[in-house]
Structures are given as structure tokens and as C-alpha cells.
Design a protein around this ligand. Structure first.
Ligand SMILES: [Zn+2]
Length: 104
């Protein structure tokens, strides 16, 4: 991920962050990246965003509430991933050998 290191200690407004997402998303769409990679990217971006919020000294309760929302989306993503598909966490393993292990 080339994006994480470049924005770490700068504060970014919500509008700038939104524009950042749009720019990145359009770039990915333009290159016709497969859906699974977009999902992986989304998870990576969500994790980066949590770190970003914590570095801005946002209240942990607020960050955790956002994280709970993301977790619901993550669970929904797990629920629709096939057992023989690559795990959406980006490990490169099959889902059934990674986060899919405890799902039946
Ligand atoms: Zn996994």
C-alpha cells in the first residue's frame, strides 16, 4: 500500500479525506481491478483510517464506534466469501485456511 506512509502526521479534513477516497477509487476502477482486490484494499484502508483517527487524538469511544460499523461490514464480507476464494484480509491464503476457518 503506497498511501499509508504519506499522510501519517498530517491532519486531513473530512472533505480532503473524501476526495482522497474518490481519487483512489477512480484510479482503481480505471485499472479494472478485480472485486476481491477492491475488498482487500477497503479493509486495509479501514485499518489505516483507524490509526489515522487515533493519531489525531480522537476519543477512543468514537473510534471504537466507527470500528464497530466497519466490523459489521467486515463480517458481511466474510459471510459472502466462498471457502475456496482468497481470504479478504489479504493474507493470500484461501478463505477456508484463514479467516474462514471458524465459519461453517
Ligand atoms: Zn484472513
Amino acid at each position: 500500500m503506497p498511501y499509508g506512509g504519506e499522510v501519517t502526521d498530517r491532519s486531513v479534513t473530512a472533505q480532503q479525506y473524501g476526495q482522497f477516497l474518490i481519487d483512489v477509487f477512480e484510479e482503481w476502477v480505471r485499472h479494472n481491478i478485480a472485486e476481491v482486490y477492491v475488498q482487500m484494499f477497503d479493509v486495509a484502508l479501514a485499518n489505516w483510517y483507524m490509526v489515522h483517527l487515533l493519531r489525531q487524538n480522537r476519543a477512543p469511544s468514537e473510534v471504537m464506534r466507527l470500528y464497530a460499523t466497519r466490523d459489521q461490514e467486515w463480517q458481511a464480507l466474510l459471510a459472502k466469501t466462498g471457502r475456496n476464494n482468497p481470504c479478504p484480509c489479504g493474507s493470500g491464503k484461501k478463505f477456508k485456511h484463514c479467516h474462514g476457518r471458524d465459519q461453517s
